[in-house]
Structure formats: structure tokens, C-alpha cells
Design a protein around this ligand. Structure first.
Ligand code: NDP
Length: 248
């Protein structure tokens, strides 16, 4: 879709790599002013430099989404800088796959804190701005793992099923307020996500699987996000499931 996002303001979490980084770039290319958030500031600065070189407007807001005050500050700073907030892409996430019997409880907590509570906290902060505007679009990154569960992924599945449930409830709350929601459910995307899997055997298995099919690239998901947020106001793309063609 080639609709312009001129004048729109977007905030993307988890923009220091992978899907978030590609999404920030595409939204900026489409004309949006973009605030980019994550913990790794150097990666955000490098991204910002590229966006600016291409003529885009960008704000770097180093943020740990597990910290409620930092999340509020992230939204506040975006609105102070760009004057409004039209698109929030809740993309920050971790996938710490482990069998339940041997899982480190801290890893489960981390996934819930980042993938689910971080997304809910950012949504809450953004909503007060979007309610005043009576317009906005919240894009929540779920996964194929938000629709079907599997061994070693129960903790991750819990967060992504949670994202789907939260977002559908949100959608129904917002139907009269001009605020849209979209759930994005990627299949395998070639990013840094699997690098953090704590269990060496599961990590190797994930790599072998990634080598056995042609995975999606981050830009493939970024294009779907740009498409969803570029629709006319009366069109709400509620959910997009995007798998590599070869993924079962
Ligand atoms: P990456 O690991 O490349 O990106 C994850 C991003 O999340 C990074 O920018 C990271 O930044 C950020 N992040 C992690 N923890 C925090 C935190 N506490 N606070 C702020 N930001 C944080 O992986 P992907 O691009 O693949 O992942 C993006 C999203 O896509 C995730 O929600 C993931 O679950 C989802 N997804 C990915 C799939 C895949 O196959 N790759 C498939 C389905 C869904 P930093 O470390 O700098 O904070």
C-alpha cells in the first residue's frame, strides 16, 4: 500500500533490531514522524541516523518496557516532541524457550513483563493521548504462538495468547472512540529473537529449523504493519497471520 502517513506520529517499541527496526524505517519512509524505543541506545542512534539521512523525522527514546515510569516517559516525550500520537507499535518481545520442568522462573517472569505487561502498560499510556484525539491505532505484535501452543513454548505461548485476548478486549472497548487495533501474528522471521533462548539444545533446534525453510524477513512484517495502518479510518484490520510459505 502506498498511502502516505504524512503528518502521522508513530512510536515503535523494540526498534533496536529485527521487526521493530524495519517497521520504524518503513513508517518513516511513508512519511510518519517516528519515535524509536528499546534498551540498546547505540542501535537506536544508528537507526535514527539512517532515518534522518533518508529525510525522515525521528526521536530516540531509550526505554525498558518493564519499567512503568520509563514507559510513561516514552509516550510523554513522543507527544512533547511531535505533538500527538497516532500509531503505537507494541513490538518489544523476548522468546525464552524452555521445557516447563526445567524452566527458570525468572525467564517466565521476564517474558510476561516484556511481551504482555510492557505492551499493556504502553497501551494504557498511549490511550490517554489517543482518547483526547479521538483517533489512533494500536498495533500489537503477537505470533503464530499466540494461536497455537507447543512444547517448550508454554511460557511464551502464555504471553502471546495474552496479547491476543487483551487486544480483542481493547478493540471492543474502543469501537466508539475512533481508535483501531491490529494484532500481527508472524511465523518464523529471521531476527535476533532466537539468540536469547537459554536452553542450548532448543536454540540449536530453532536454528536448524530456520535453516530448513526460507524464513520471512523483518521487512515482510513491516510491510504488513504499514498496510494495516494506512487504511482509511473506517477500515480496521483486526488481525494478520503471516507465515513463510514453507512453514507448516
Ligand atoms: P529481536 O530480538 O530482533 O527484537 C526484539 C526487540 O525487543 C529488540 O529491539 C529488543 O531491544 C526489544 N526488547 C527486548 N526486551 C526489551 C525491554 N525490556 N524493553 C524494551 N525493549 C525490549 O526479535 P524480533 O524482531 O523477532 O521480535 C520482535 C517481536 O516479534 C517480538 O514481540 C517477538 O515475539 C515477535 N515475533 C517474532 C517472530 C520471529 O520469528 N522472529 C515470530 C513471531 C513473533 P533491546 O534488547 O535493545 O531492549
Amino acid at each position: 500500500d502506498t498511502a502516505t502517513l504524512d503528518g502521522a506520529v508513530a512510536l515503535v517499541t523494540g526498534a533496536s533490531s529485527g521487526i521493530g527496526e524495519a517497521t520504524a524505517e518503513l513508517l518513516a519512509e511513508a512519511g510518519a514522524s517516528v519515535a524509536v524505543a528499546a534498551r540498546r541506545e547505540a542501535e537506536l542512534e544508528a537507526l535514527a541516523e539512517r532515518i534522518e539521512t533518508d529525510g525522515g523525522d525521528v526521536l530516540v527514546v531509550p526505554t525498558d518496557v518493564t519499567d512503568r515510569e520509563q514507559v510513561q516517559a516514552m509516550v510523554d516525550e513522543t507527544v512533547e516532541t511531535f505533538g500527538r500520537l497516532d500509531i503505537l507499535v507494541n513490538n518489544a518481545g523476548v522468546m525464552l524457550l524452555e521445557a516447563a520442568q526445567t524452566a527458570d522462573l525468572d525467564d517466565w517472569h521476564q517474558m510476561v513483563e516484556v511481551n504482555l505487561l510492557g505492551l499493556m502498560t504502553a497501551t494504557h499510556a498511549a490511550l490517554s493521548v489517543m482518547e483526547d484525539q479521538q483517533s489512533g491505532h494500536i498495533v500489537n505484535i503477537s505470533s503464530v504462538a499466540g494461536r497455537s501452543a507447543s512444547a517448550t513454548a508454554g511460557g511464551y505461548n502464555a504471553t502471546k495468547f495474552g496479547v491476543n485476548g487483551f487486544t480483542e478486549g481493547l478493540r471492543q472497548d474502543l469501537t466508539d472512540d475512533g481508535i483501531r487495533t491490529t494484532i500481527i501474528e508472524p511465523g518464523l522471521v529471521e531476527t535476533e529473537l532466537a539468540d536469547h533462548i537459554p536452553d542450548e539444545e532448543i536454540k540449536q533446534g530453532a536454528r536448524a529449523w530456520a535453516d530448513s525453510i526460507e524464513p520471512l524477513q523483518s521487512v515482510d512484517i513491516a510491510r504488513s504493519i504499514r498496510f494495516a495502518v494506512s487504511q482509511p479510518q473506517h477500515v480496521s484490520i483486526n488481525e494478520m497471520l503471516i507465515r513463510p510459505t514453507q512453514q507448516e
